[in-house]
Ligand binder design. Structure first.
Ligand code: HEM
Ligand SMILES: [Cu+2]
Length: 564
């Protein structure tokens, strides 16, 4: 009998992660909650300028509404940094700390939880100072030779350090658990959370080297020039895997929480472990796919990265299969019939579910457009056009952010001990944001195919094409709906925190698993992480060492550009 059938007949529906009734000390809950508050406050600032950007594609200029804003790029920098870096880091630090604790059934390290939070807060303060005073309008990619104030680089560095401190916290908690559970498999919820941070720890070394080794000394006047190609390469060493650092916390919820929330079960524990291990392995050696048009990198290296990029799509395909199978299991348990009938039987009235299932739908198109970006030749058609933000608002701008919103709908009540305020409004909120992002993406993508540039204040441009006009209206209308959807979310969150009914709140949702973890064989090695880390380092060496050997030492020759 296969393990699968054995599991079905033996123990269907057993929570394999830990006992229910889990709780954390109030001080730890408060810190985790403040991570979410900081992250979502950043989002609130970020989306305000998002509205201006979307309207600009429709030819409408509202920059005058922003007191103190010096130019479009200052706002666009805040939009990118706050949404894509601050929100995602703060959320991961809070959420995956909680899932690790829940998975292992134990509390976290107090001091490290504090240290991560305050480092994050200091990073936000420094980067905000630079951005809001107009000293860092260099966008969230901060390509040299554009130069920002040192406080911007130091602030971003501290944000990364806060994720490292969180990693140490997770590792220490895991180590303590291991001591008490020799020979046991790591509970799946903790495994996927720790794997996410291991991936990011390796990935973030590139950006750390760039900032500490090149940009920070340069902005302080300690070295005379910058090396644009080397800094771009180090940036994209981290810049591709960062998208998995955004996405994997969402996957943690899709794999292990949503099945429970819809009344279904996760298909397979071993498959889930393999998928997260594949992300550790394959997320990093693909950065040159952001540099297809850069000179100074050989064609063959770019091709290697292109091929590996299609490799990292594979675990995402397994994810699509796994997640849909869990949803189908839930929908059928709720009486859904036929090929698609189960989909409509999902608990669409639960705002946490609605937000996350809609998030998954946006990700289908986000993934497909990503494959187009990754294709060596087709990339030329869309490179640096508005197609690109069209693509990533269907990934990080919706699949990830809507999942975070959906998680917040149970997590903030759980952390705060208050019921969610405005449940029905929360469902409406998700639909408004969802329809908005689809319209925005429709506009940006079609304009991009007609050559409309990204990172351009089109409302003030003296050129344009007729075909950009209708597309621009789609973007403007979609962006406005997204903005309204985001504002509704903040309202619901604020009202929950301030006025939500006190009392019993639902437990943290954790799914049961149809196929349990293997008890013997090679799979046990996955829990040691070191094997997959060694393999990942080998792949990274293959992908980057030839370039570095040919290119180094750094050529610090290009003088700073300060346009704004
Ligand atoms: C109300 C919601 C939002 C609207 C209307 C919006 C709109 C836009 C538009 C039109 C652009 C293109 C600007 C240009 O290229 O000139 C853009 C860029 C961007 N957006 Fe959003 N966005 C929203 C939310 C988000 C969220 C939630 C995220 C991520 C979590 C995000 C991440 C980004 C990033 C990283 C960029 C690129 C910035 C750059 O080119 O440096 N956006 N957004
Ligand atoms: Cu990438």
């Amino acid at each position: 009998m296969s393990t699968l059938t054995a599991a079905r007949s033996a123990a269907p529906g057993k929570d394999t992660t830990s006992a229910g009734g889990f709780d954390l000390p109030p001080s730890q809950k408060a810190l985790i909650r403040w991570n979410l508050y900081l992250g979502f406050s950043a989002l609130a600032f970020g989306v305000v300028h998002g509205l201006a950007q979307a309207l600009s594609y429709g030819g409408i200029d509202i920059l005058g509404w922003f007191p103190g804003l010096k130019n479009y790029y200052q706002g666009l920098t805040i939009h990118g940094v706050f949404n894509a870096i601050v929100l995602t880091f703060a959320f991961a630090n809070g959420f995956l700390a909680l899932t690790t604790a829940r998975g292992l059934g134990r509390k976290l390290h107090d001091g490290l939880l504090h240290a991560a939070f305050w480092t994050l807060a200091a990073g936000i303060a420094l980067a905000s100072y630079a951005m809001f005073t107009g000293k860092a309008s260099v966008l969230y990619t901060f390509y040299a030779p554009l130069q920002a104030h040192w406080s911007y680089y130091l602030g971003l560095a501290l944000l990364v350090v806060s994720t490292w401190i969180t990693s140490v916290n997770l590792f220490i908690t895991l180590k303590a658990w291991r001591k008490e559970h020799p020979g046991e498999r790591i509970p799946l919820l903790a495994f996927v959370s720790v794997a996410t941070y291991i991936m990011w720890d390796i990935a973030s070394l590139g950006i750390a080297a760039e900032v500490v080794g090149l940009l920070l000394p340069w902005s302080l006047g300690l070295v005379s020039g910058s090396d644009p190609l080397l800094s771009r390469t180090l940036f994209w060493f981290s810049g591709h895997p960062i998208v998995y650092f955004w996405l994997l916390p969402a996957y943690v919820s899709w794999y292990l929480m949503i099945p429970k929330q819809v009344g279904g079960r996760l298909f397979s524990d071993p498959v889930t472990r393999v998928v997260f291990s594949l992300f550790v392995l394959l997320s990093i050696p693909v950065g040159f796919h952001h540099q297809y048009t850069d000179p100074g990198i050989t064609q063959s290296m770019k091709v290697i990265h292109a091929i590996l990029t299609f490799g990292v799509f594979f675990p995402s395909l397994i994810t699509a299969f796994s997640v849909v199978s869990a949803l189908e299991d839930g929908g059928k348990a709720r009486g859904g019939r036929g090929l698609v009938g189960w989909f409509f039987k999902l608990p669409w009235g639960d705002p946490s579910v609605a937000a996350q299932v809609l998030a998954m739908l946006t990700f289908v198109l986000g993934g497909i457009t990503g494959l187009i970006n990754a294709s060596f030749t087709v990339n030329r058609v869309v490179h640096n056009t508005s197609w690109v933000p069209g693509h990533f608002h269907m990934t990080v701008g919706s699949a990830v952010v809507m999942t975070f919103m959906g998680i917040a709908y149970w997590m903030v009540p759980w952390l705060k001990g208050r019921k969610l305020w405005g449940g029905k409004l929360a469902v409406v909120q998700s639909w408004v944001y969802f329809i908005g992002v689809m319209a925005l993406a429709r506009g940006l993508i079609s304009a991009g195919l007609e050559g409309a540039p990204r990172r351009t204040f089109l409302a003030g441009a003296t050129y344009g094409k007729d075909t950009w006009q209708l597309a621009g209206y789609w973007s403007a209308a979609g962006g406005t709906l997204m903005f309204i959807g985001a504002m509704l979310f903040f309202l619901i969150l604020l009202m929950t925190v301030l006025t939500g009914k006190k009392g019993e709140v639902a437990e943290i949702p954790v799914t049961t698993t149809i196929q349990p973890a293997a008890r013997a064989g090679w799979e046990l090695r996955l829990d040691q992480f070191r094997w997959v880390v060694i393999l990942a380092l080998i792949l990274i060496a293959i992908a980057y060492v030839p370039f570095l050997v040919e290119y180094l030492p750094a050529k610090l020759t290009v003088p700073a550009f300060k346009i704004f």
